[in-house]
Design a protein around this ligand. Sequence first.
Ligand code: HH2
Length: 281
Amino acid sequence: MSLPIPVRHLVCGRFTLELKRPLIMGVVNVTPDSFSDGGQFAAPQPAIEHALQLLAEGADILDIGGESTRPGAAPVSPQQELDRIAPVLEGLRGCGRPLSVDTRRVEVMQAAIEQGADMINDITALQAPGALAAVAAAGCAVCLMHMQGEPATMQQAPVYQEVVSEVEEFLQARVQALLAAGIARERIVIDPGIGFGKTARHNLALLAALDELSTLGQPVLLGVSRKSLIGELTGRAVEQRLAGSLAAMLAGVARGAAIVRVHDVAATRDALAVWQAIENA
Ligand code: HH2
């Protein structure tokens, strides 16, 4: 079977993003309990100010989330999630860059799209009933992420026969489901879901073989920033994982990651500038 032609630009709501260089997605967690920055930006105004700071530092996309999905996190109601993110979306709407909403709830997707979200980032890959239809009618981009299990229990005993091929097959099947629902390839991003129902060994295998996911033809998004994998490899607490996060991010970019989801935008931009200059030399 011939390989699909790689998607070279991402249709992302009001924007079309060229994928000539790795894009930086800055994380805006409007939550009291996110694993690395929980509570810091839980009110709308601090969240908006933080987002504007990330844009000033060079974020190409903002990813706004109202539910923590860290291992063991308790789910929140869709209404609670919306109450958290709606004022932030409103406040950032005119910022001139694409706004992604990190949610797995169909009600939140619908409301966010109505409010003008340019991308839906779903850790459950639009598998909830009604999710495909909610997104299909809009012009937003979609990120499909792989997760084994549910955030509350996913790290208890993740099991795979062969993690790379299983994640790849899952993502391929989800891409097919989106295409069948009328969502164009240029709107779809895929993500191996580092830390979502995976041990350190699984995460490392996926990172090492990230280029295999690129053969599906869809842009690959990678989220490793400050994650427990970095903590396990370095022995560092969450606020001391920047160097390790940058190393994992660059290893991913060298293997074809098109978008990196990060908390530390300025440092990521510098690391990418150096990497890119070497690549272009
Ligand atoms: N990681 C987190 C949340 N959403 N979405 C995608 N597509 N890929 C990821 O790797 C990913 C994600 C976890 O990070 P964070 O948002 O900082 O933490 P929390 O879930 O505790 O809010």
